[in-house]
Write a protein that binds this ligand. Structure first.
Ligand SMILES: Cc1cc2nc3c(=O)[nH]c(=O)nc-3n(C[C@H](O)[C@H](O)[C@H](O)COP(=O)(O)O)c2cc1C
Length: 217
């Protein structure tokens, strides 16, 4: 599949997306669109394909109210249609790698033995290797890839978003009752539809020029 949309449409969609400050309370994302957006989370790439993440989808009003209080009181948490909290695993252990290898064999067929080298490489890298010292940070970084993919996918479907880092992640862990689990909150993203009077949608994008940001070699 190539050339599904043209270049100007791509740029138009990138400009259409902005970090929504005020959502339209009355507008909800349809089930069909939401299912596709969940797939965009699931289909996001991760390092080695290891997927040591989870996505908590919150639509419950009471839970959103609690999360809003732990998010600098930002209105987007409560007013959006669907609120996604991105979790990453706190550590990586050998069974995470075994799990992944088993899934690969189940889905693609073949023998686990053929993936022994790949498995050893992963174990020597982020389970027993030097990367394990920073593994929580490394796993957290992966979730930002899913966040970016989610936001862009939403924009393609005409769904608005606001990425949310202005939150107390440890308070989220308690509210979501995951504080004793292997996972922790990294950040979140509101999704829904912009309010017609959200003035930020009319603000020009503040972006540095390509001269400043792109280095051509
Ligand atoms: C990881 C991340 C976290 C952010 N956290 C918040 C947030 O908590 N609240 C908010 O209103 N905007 C948040 N933003 C939005 C940024 O301020 C915004 O994307 C940036 O100013 C560029 O503007 P634009 O997205 O409208 O083009 C966040 C953006 C990113 C990428």
């Amino acid at each position: 599949m190539s050339g599904v949309i043209n270049e100007s449409t791509l740029i138009e969609i990138q400009n259409w997306r902005y970090a929504v400050k005020k959502f339209d309370l009355a507008k909800k994302i349809s089930d069909k669109k939401w299912e596709a957006l969940e797939q965009s989370l699931i289909l996001s790439p991760s390092s080695y394909g290891i997927q040591l993440w989870k996505f908590v989808v919150v639509t419950n009003h009471e839970l959103k109210t609690k999360l809003k209080a732990a998010s600098w009181n930002q209105s987007q948490v409560l007013d959006c249609s669907h609120y996604v909290v991105f979790l990453a695993k706190k550590n990586a252990v050998e069974s995470d790698v075994t799990d992944f290898i088993e899934s690969t064999v189940k889905i693609r067929g073949g023998e686990a033995q053929a993936l022994e080298g790949y498995k050893k490489m992963m174990v020597a890298d982020f389970v027993n290797g030097p990367r394990n010292k920073v593994v929580a940070e490394w796993l957290a970084k992966q979730t930002y890839i899913a966040l970016g993919n989610f936001m862009t996918s939403a924009a393609f479907l005409g769904v608005d978003t606001c990425p949310m880092e202005g939150l107390d992640a440890r308070a989220y862990d308690k509210i979501l009752e995951i504080e004793n689990s292997d996972y922790q909150t990294i950040m979140a993203c509101s999704a829904g539809y912009r309010a017609s009077d959200d003035k930020y949608q009319f603000a020009k994008k503040v972006r540095y020029s390509s001269d400043r940001l792109i280095i051509r070699k």
